[in-house]
Design a protein around this ligand. Sequence first.
Ligand SMILES: Nc1ncnc2c1ncn2[C@@H]1O[C@H](COP(=O)(O)OP(=O)(O)OP(=O)(O)O)[C@@H](O)[C@H]1O
Ligand SMILES: [Mg+2]
Length: 308
Amino acid sequence: MKTVIKDLKIGVLMGGVSAEREISLKTGNAVANSLVSMGYNVKKFDLDKNFFEDAKNIDICFNALHGTLGEDGKIQGVLELLNIPYTGSGVEASAIAMDKIKSKIIFKYYGLAVPDFFSVKKGEKAELLNKKINNLRLPYFIKPNAQGSSVGASIAYSKSELYLALEDAFKYDDEVIAEEYIVGREIQFAVFSGKPLGCVEIKPNDSFYSYSAKYTKGKTEYILNPDLTEEEYKACENASVLAHTSLDCKGITRTDIILSDSGKAYVLEINTLPGLTEFSLVPMIAQKKGIDFNSLIENIIEDAISCE
Ligand SMILES: Nc1ncnc2c1ncn2[C@@H]1O[C@H](COP(=O)(O)OP(=O)(O)OP(=O)(O)O)[C@@H](O)[C@H]1O
Ligand SMILES: [Mg+2]
């Protein structure tokens, strides 16, 4: 155990009310078990209104809250207010990363390749929507602006499918993003504290990395040593590091990329709170680099303290 942090009271914050509650509990418990096994002083919290009181007794918060409230800058704001250091990205980076449209605007500004896209707001006038749709080169990929796990996401090959896809995505968000469909290989690249950690290739047994491909055992093949040329690897590495730094992210991020057949790394999104169970992708990527789960968790805490 690192002497600097051995006396800290670490609060592991998990659960909450988001759609990702279950996976957050898994991440939180995996993190807490790891810390306990290393002899740390750990307290687990399932986020509720008592957190304001409970938090007074901790020195640092390990944020394991995926999704709404935990990954979108809100809990980070509360922790700032309480003056408690926390793991991962800050208020602004978390909020922007959660917003696919706003983060893409920033990525474009920094010269990253992103699919052409437009946004549609719920209740938008048919006239305006038709104008956006009229001259599109389909297929397009439709998804809610600020959701995860591919909920409400689909490919539209025709105009009628596009209208249906929008309708479906609006069930999950009041704003929807429609993106040019990029053909290529799917690479997820992890970055830790601004430095590349490594990647995994995703081969879903579905038309895309859908909800069922993500959560049905055996439905997706994960390749930890993808067969990439040096240029292809560099393109993904540079894109993910720039995605991380352009938003001023901290700690661990995972950037989702489609590597097109021409070798261009298109950034789909950046995740500021990737899953951290022992079977999640980022720990697998770290393991490949020789960083075991306990060391990864310890490194994340050290990074949070050094960012203070
Ligand atoms: N423009 C696109 N072209 C091709 N495939 C896409 C595109 N956008 C999304 N996809 C597919 O849909 C999946 C989900 O998209 P994305 O990662 O943007 O959403 P998410 O639901 O926020 O995911 P996560 O669970 O990683 O938070 C991608 O992993 C990819 O397979
Ligand atoms: Mg994704």
